[in-house]
Structures are given as C-alpha cells and as structure tokens.
Ligand binder design. Structure first.
Ligand code: NAP
Length: 248
C-alpha cells in the first residue's frame, strides 16, 4: 500500500536536486505535493509534469522561503489547492564555500537567511495548518560533523537547523506533530555541479572517505524522507538521520 495516501505535502526547493527527488517520491507514495521553487519555474513545472505523468497530484508554487509573506503564501496555496496540510519538507538551501579570510557579511546573511530563517518561517506558517499526525522534515547536512574546511558558515547554518529542529520537536509534540532532520552526505545535484564539487578532487576525497564507496544520489535521500513523512515513523521525533553512505 502507498505510504502517504491521502496526505498533502509541501516540499521547498523542489525545482531540482534533492528536493525534486523528494517531491517525486512523496507523490509516488500517494501524497498530493506542492513543488516550491524560488527562480526555476521551468524546473518546477517539469517536476509537476513528471508527477502527473506517473498518475500523481502536484502543483508548482513560487516563493522565497526567507520572506515571511512568501513562506505563508506557499503554505496557504497548498491548503487552498488540496484542502489540508500533513507534511512539510524544508529542503531549500544554498551552500557557498569560503576560507575564513574571505567570509563576508553578505556570504553569512545569504546562507543564514535561506537555510535558517527560511526553515523557521516556513515551519511557523505550516504549523498553523498541521494537525495530529503532521510531520516536518528538514534537510540539514553531514557537514556539521565532517568539519570540512571552507564550510564554516554553511556548517553553522545546518548546526542551527539541527538545534532549532530539536526545540520545535518538543514544542510541537503536544499537538502530535513530529519534527525530524535528515543529514545527507555529498549528493550529486545541480547545486553541487554549479558549486564545482562534482568531478573535483573534493568529491574524490569525500567518496574515498565514504564506507559505501560512492557519491550519494537524490533518490538515496528521498526514501528516508518518505519514511519520516509516513505513519511508519510515528514514534520518531527530534531525530537526525545521517544519510551519507556511512561518512560521519
Ligand atoms: N547536494 C549535497 O551534497 C547536499 C549535502 C547535504 C545537504 N544538502 C542540502 O540539501 C538541500 C538541497 O540541496 P541540493 O544540492 O539539491 O541543492 P540545489 O540543486 O542547488 O537546489 C536548491 C533548491 O533550493 C531552492 N532555493 C534556493 N533558495 C531558495 C529560496 N530563497 N526559497 C525557496 N527555494 C530556494 C532552489 O530553487 P530555484 O532553483 O527555483 O532557485 C532549488 O530548488 C539543501 O538544503 C542543501 O543544503 C545538500
């Protein structure tokens, strides 16, 4: 039986990469999915078309998660279209790498705005609609414990997300809403291509340190998220699952 039949899910940053794979997997498991994007409308529409072609339900909704009104608008659009909200996946994120001497206020603010404030604002908006059995899943990163040079700010954003998710797990538990984190290791995506990691010595080094011996793929993460979204994970809250092929 499909794990998410009858549920409605919002996936932020689902126009490409890990978010696109999560959106398609949740839809395959029976959820109606809101495919959020910030700038890549064509990418989001392609994800929606793939879900429709497979017999699923989905819409694309633009919104910058770091702007309160847009985060609220995204959640409101989901409820207006599908009548309820059961699952929020906070996947939107940006990563930029800089040695300490090259860190700037703009580098810090860009990443904290999307990766931390965006998670807070979208979860706040979603919590106004989630009911008993609701599930919030936030994509963090194994970078918080791999301690990669040049990732101080990015790792800081994900450390913040881990901490705030633990707090929100306790805060929303009385309403029977679960809050969990998935921390991927290196994953081949449009973002890691653009950042120059795919094909680099950095990728080779990360794969060499990965016990299962290969780079991660978006689908490796999507299945873990679908599990956490489902009632099979009903006794899990405040957890942080590292999905990294064993690198830690
Ligand atoms: N890839 C990895 O190795 C890896 C490892 C660990 C954790 N992660 C985390 O996994 C998540 C996805 O990474 P990825 O590699 O799949 O990234 P990606 O390919 O660069 O895709 C990023 C997604 O986030 C969206 N986004 C960016 N800024 C946004 C904003 N202000 N509001 C709403 N959406 C926004 C983008 O939308 P548009 O394209 O429409 O602008 C895009 O859909 C991130 O949180 C990242 O930190 C990735």
């Amino acid at each position: 039986m499909s794990k998410l039949q009858g549920k409605v899910a919002v996936v932020t940053g689902a126009s490409k990469g890990i978010g696109a794979a999560i959106a398609k997997t949740l839809a395959k498991e029976g959820a109606a999915v809101v495919v959020n994007y910030a700038s890549s409308r064509a990418g989001a529409e392609a994800v929606v078309a793939a879900i429709h072609a497979a017999g699923g339900r989905a819409i694309a909704v633009q919104g910058d998660v770091s702007q309160a009104a847009q985060a609220q608008g995204l959640i409101d659009a989901a409820v207006a279209e599908f009548g309820r909200l059961d699952v929020l996946v906070n996947n939107s994120g940006i990563y930029e790498f800089a040695a300490l001497d090259a860190v700037t206020e703009a580098h810090y603010r860009r990443q904290f705005d999307v990766n931390v404030l965006g998670v807070l604002l979208t979860t706040q908006a979603a919590a106004r609609h989630l009911g008993e059995g609701g599930s919030v899943i936030t994509i963090s990163s194994a970078v918080t414990h791999v301690h990669m040079p040049t990732a101080a700010v990015y790792a800081g954003t994900k450390g913040a997300v881990n901490a705030l998710s633990g707090v929100l797990a306790n805060e929303l538990a009385p309403r029977k809403i679960r809050v969990n984190v998935v921390s991927p290791g290196f994953v081949v995506t449009e973002g890691t291509h653009t950042a120059g990691v795919v094909g680099s010595d950095l990728e080779a080094g990360l794969v060499a340190q990965t016990p299962l011996g290969r780079a991660g793929q978006p689908d490796d993460i999507a299945g873990v998220v679908a599990f956490l979204a489902s009632d099979e994970a009903r006794w899990l809250t405040g957890e942080n699952i590292t999905a990294s092929g064993g690198i830690r």
